[in-house]
Design a protein around this ligand. Structure first.
Ligand SMILES: NC(=O)C1=CN([C@@H]2O[C@H](COP(=O)(O)OP(=O)(O)OC[C@H]3O[C@@H](n4cnc5c(N)ncnc54)[C@H](OP(=O)(O)O)[C@@H]3O)[C@@H](O)[C@H]2O)[C@@H](O)CC1
Ligand SMILES: [K+]
Length: 504
C-alpha cells in the first residue's frame, strides 16, 4: 500500500471526485458512513452511550457532523460540540445543515468546556489532514480537556493536533486517541513510535479512492502487507535442486555466543536456502554440528572468535554478525569480506557485531558492495550515522544513508522500516512485542541470508519478504506461546508456514 502525503491525499480526493463525477460531500458521506459503521460495530445500542462529537471548521469537522447524523439516526444519544471559526469549509456547512434539529449542537467557549465523563465515547473530528500549524488557544484547551477526561476517544483520520507527515513541537496539544480510523491508505504518522500515544490502535477503511491516481502517484513511503507481496515469492520449481536456492556462508559466533550462530543457521535453513556453511570459531564446532546437523561447519583456526575469511568462491550470499564479537582480527575479516564481496558477486547481510565494528570503523562503510543489506536496531543505526532528533529525522537519516552507500538497511522497530538505494522506504506490518527477545535479530539475519542467496529474488524482494515473514512467523508463534513466552527459537519454527503463505 502506498502512504500518501497530506497534499497527495487531497489530490487523491479530487481525482476521485473528478473521475466519478461526484460532489465532494458525496465522498465525505462515504467516509462518514464507513466510520459510523465501524464505530457502531463497537458500541452496543443495548448499553446507553454518551457520545460527544467534537467538530472543527474544515472537512474533518464535516466528517464529524455526518457521523453525528448517522449515529443519531441509528438511535444513539449524540451531542455535537463545534469549534468557533471565522470560516467553515463548504462540506462542513452542508453537513451542518443536514444535521437533524433534535441533535444538540453547541459552540465551544473558552473556560466553559462541557464535562465529559470517563465512560463517554468521544469522536475527535476537530482537525485532520488540513492542520496547518500547532494547536493553540481554544482548540488546544479543548484537546487538553478531552485528554484529561479519560473518555474513550475515537479520532477521525488523525488525532487532532498531529500532522500527517511531519513532527509537531513536543509541547503542542495533540489528542490522545485510543483508536484512529483513517480512509483508504495508512498515514506515515500512524507508524512512528513517538506518535503511538496519540494514534492508539489504527485502522483504515476503504472509501473507493481512485485506484488509477494512486497507481500513478510516486510516493516516498510504502506500507507492506500480504497484498503488496503478491507475486514476489515464486513457487519452488518442480525440478529444483539445492543449487537453485543458492549456497550461503554464515560468519557467526564467538565464545559464549555460539547460540546466535545456531539461531541464524536454523533460520537460514528454514528460510529455504540450498546449502549452508557456517564459519565459526573452534569452540562452536561441536555445538553447531549437534544443534544444526543440516549445516556444514567450516571451523576457524582460532578457538574463541573468527579470525580468517574462507574462500568465497562457492557462495551466492554471506551473512556476518550474529554473536561474532568485535575482536580486531574479526574486524579484519569483515574488512576483507567487504572488499572481496563485489568481485565474488556475493550478496551480503550485515548484522549485530558486524554493525558495531562498522560503527567504530566508519571508513569501512565506503567499501560496502552494492546492494549490501544491513539490519541495525535504532541504537546500532545511530552508531553508523548520528543521533536523530526524532523519528522523522531518523527516517531522513535512513534515506540518506541508503542513497549514499547504495545499500538496503532494515531499521528494526514496531513497524520495521526498510531503506533502499532508490529512496523509498517500506514499512512492515507484521510482528508483535513478544519478538523483542534475545536472538530474534539473529533469526532475521539467517532468514534474510537465505532469501538473498535465492537467485530468483531481487535484493528488494528478498528484503521485503524476509522482514514480513519474520514478523508473521513471530505472530504465528505467539498464538501458541503468548507474547511473553515467545523465544527466538519459536520464531524459527514458524518461518516455513509464514513463507508458505507468501508463495504465489
Ligand atoms: N477532501 C475530501 O473529499 C475528503 C476529506 N475527508 C476529511 O477531510 C479532512 C481534511 O479536511 P480539510 O482539508 O478541510 O482539513 P481539516 O483538517 O478539517 O482542517 C482545516 C481547517 O482547520 C483550520 N486549521 C488548520 N490548522 C489549524 C490550527 N492549528 N488551529 C486552528 N485552525 C486550524 C484551517 O484553517 P486555515 O489553515 O486555513 O487557517 C481549516 O479551516 C480529512 O482529514 C478527512 O477527515 C474525508 O471526508 C474524505 C473525503
Ligand atoms: K481528528
Amino acid at each position: 500500500m502506498k502512504i500518501l502525503s497530506a497534499d497527495q491525499t487531497r489530490a487523491a480526493d479530487q481525482a476521485t471526485i473528478k473521475a466519478e463525477g461526484i460532489r465532494s460531500d458525496e465522498l465525505m458521506e462515504r467516509a462518514a458512513s464507513a466510520f459510523s459503521d465501524w464505530l457502531m460495530d463497537r458500541l452496543s445500542l443495548l448499553t446507553p452511550h454518551e457520545v460527544h462529537i467534537f467538530c472543527g471548521p474544515g472537512n474533518n469537522g464535516g466528517d464529524g457532523l455526518a457521523v453525528a447524523r448517522h449515529l443519531h439516526l441509528a438511535g444513539y444519544a449524540v451531542q455535537v460540540w463545534l469549534l468557533p471559526a471565522d470560516k467553515y469549509s463548504p462540506d462542513f456547512t452542508v453537513n451542518r445543515q443536514r444535521l437533524p434539529t433534535e441533535v444538540l449542537c453547541t459552540h465551544l467557549k473558552p473556560k466553559k468546556l462541557p464535562s465529559v465523563s470517563p465512560k463517554a465515547t468521544v469522536v475527535d473530528a476537530l482537525f485532520g489532514t488540513g492542520l496547518s500549524r500547532p494547536l493553540a488557544g481554544l482548540a488546544a484547551e479543548v484537546v487538553e480537556h478531552l485528554n484529561d477526561s479519560k473518555a474513550t476517544i475515537y479520532a477521525i483520520d488523525l488525532p487532532s493536533g498531529l500532522f500527517t507527515d511531519a513532527p509537531q513541537p513536543s509541547e503542542s496539544a495533540v489528542v490522545q486517541a485510543q483508536y484512529t480510523v483513517g480512509f483508504e491508505l495508512p498515514k506515515l504518522a500512524y507508524l512512528l513510535p513517538q506518535n503511538a500515544r496519540f494514534v492508539g490502535e489504527w485502522e483504515v477503511l476503504p472509501i473507493g479512492l481512485n485506484t488509477e491516481f494512486i497507481h500513478n502517484t510516486d510516493v516516498d513511503n510504502h506500507f507492506v502487507n500480504t497484498a503488496f507481496l503478491t507475486g514476489r515469492y515464486p513457487k519452488r520449481p518442480k525440478f529444483a535442486h539445492k543449487g537453485t536456492f543458492g549456497h550461503a556462508l554464515l560468519l557467526a559466533g564467538s565464545y559464549g555466543k555460539v547460540g546466535a550462530a545456531v539461531l541464524a543457521a536454523r533460520a537460514c535453513l528454514h528460510g529455504g536456502v540450498g546449502l549452508l556453511t557456517v564459519r565459526t570459531p573452534a569452540v562452536g564446532y561441536t555445538i553447531l554440528q549437534t544443534a544444526v546437523p543440516e549445516a556444514m561447519a567450516l571451523t576457524d583456526p582460532a578457538t574463541d572468535f573468527v579470525t580468517e575469511l574462507p574462500d568465497l568462491k562457492p557462495y551466492a550470499a554471506a551473512g556476518i554478525g550474529p554473536g561474532l564479537g568485535q575482536e580486531e582480527s574479526t574486524a579484519n575479516v569483515l574488512c576483507q569480506l567487504l572488499r572481496k564481496a563485489a568481485e565474488a558477486s556475493l550478496a551480503l547481510v550485515i548484522d549485530a557485531d558486524a554493525l558495531n565494528i562498522l560503527g567504530t570503523h566508519r571508513e569501512l562503510l565506503d567499501d560496502l558492495p552494492p546492494n549490501a543489506l544491513l539490519t541495525p536496531h535504532p541504537k546500532e543505526f545511530e552508531r553508523l550515522t548520528e543521533p536523530a532528533h526524532d523519528d522523522y529525522h531518523r527516517l531522513e537519516l535512513l534515506r540518506d544513508f541508503c542513497a549514499r552507500h547504495r545499500c538496503y538497511c532494515v531499521l528494526k522497530g514496531a513497524y520495521t522500516a526498510l531503506g533502499t538505494p532508490e529512496g523509498p522506504l517500506y514499512f512492515n506490518s507484521t510482528g508483535n512485542p513478544g519478538m523483542g527477545t534475545g536472538g530474534s535479530g539473529d533469526v532475521l539475519t539467517g532468514l534474510l541470508l537465505a532469501l538473498r542467496a535465492d537467485q530468483r529474488l531481487s535484493p528488494l524482494d528478498a528484503a521485503l519478504l524476509g522482514i514480513f515473514a519474520h514478523g508473521r512467523a513471530g505472530d504465528l508463534a505467539a498464538q501458541q506461546t503468548g507474547e511473553a513466552g515467545l523465544i527466538a527459537g519459536d520464531i524459527v519454527r514458524f518461518i516455513g508456514p509464514a513463507l508458505a503463505e507468501l508463495v504465489s
